[in-house]
Design a protein around this ligand. Structure first.
Ligand code: IMP
Ligand code: MG
Length: 183
């Protein structure tokens, strides 16, 4: 892994190596396996991956989860460049027929919380039985919303990061490690 990378006009430096990310995912998967062990083939959980950022995290989680589940996806976006626009756009709507289901939202990162609050509201309107949040990363200095974040793999300071699914204007998602804006 290189110490520094360049994406578009910006330079990023190594922040969280892949091994550390994988360990954090192991720990969160253990908790999920415990909490959802009563799911059955008749009543599987729904793993709701938020595209595009959570795709790698969701794949790594899937490999570790041992209870019956269905994988679904939706796409919301709120970021432009390196900051939040404050407006959440639904680009691919939530799947249908979620009534009565136990949903686990899989997010790459919770920052202002606008995205997650919007998703929880949409899921309530779908009358799900239960909706929990599982996020790879959280910026606790920024997050001040009421939605409980049930599973947080790692907390980071309020810095802009890329890699492991996260992008800077669509680049950097395919980098195995997490890099931080070098400022
Ligand atoms: P929120 O709605 O402000 O909580 O932002 C959540 C979304 O913004 C995430 O799902 C990411 O797509 C994006 N985002 C937030 N922080 C970062 C970052 O540091 N790097 C890349 N994308 C980010
Ligand atoms: Mg996202």
């Amino acid at each position: 892994m290189s110490e520094k990378i360049k994406l578009h006009d910006k330079t990023f430096k190594l922040f969280i190596p892949n091994g550390e990310i994988e360990k954090a995912i192991d720990a969160v998967a253990l908790r999920l396996n415990q909490d959802y062990k009563d799911c059955t083939d008749e009543h599987p959980a729904v793993l709701l991956c938020t595209l595009n950022g959570a795709v790698i995290f969701a794949a790594e989680l899937l490999k570790r989860l041992t209870f019956p589940l269905e994988l679904k996806a939706c796409k919301l976006s709120s970021y432009s460049g390196t900051s939040s626009t404050g407006v959440v756009k639904t680009e691919v709507p939530l799947p249908r027929h979620l009534e009565g289901r136990r949903v686990i939202i899989v997010e790459d990162i919770v920052d202002t919380g606008n995205t997650i609050v919007n998703m929880i509201e949409q899921l309530k309107a779908h009358q799900v039985a239960d909706a929990r949040v599982c996020t790879l990363l959280l910026k606790p200095e920024v997050y001040s919303r009421d939605v409980k974040l049930d599973y947080v793999a790692m907390e980071i300071p309020n810095r802009f990061i890329v890699g492991f699914g996260l992008d800077y204007n669509e680049l950097g998602r395919n980098i195995k490690d997490i890099y931080v804006l070098d400022a």
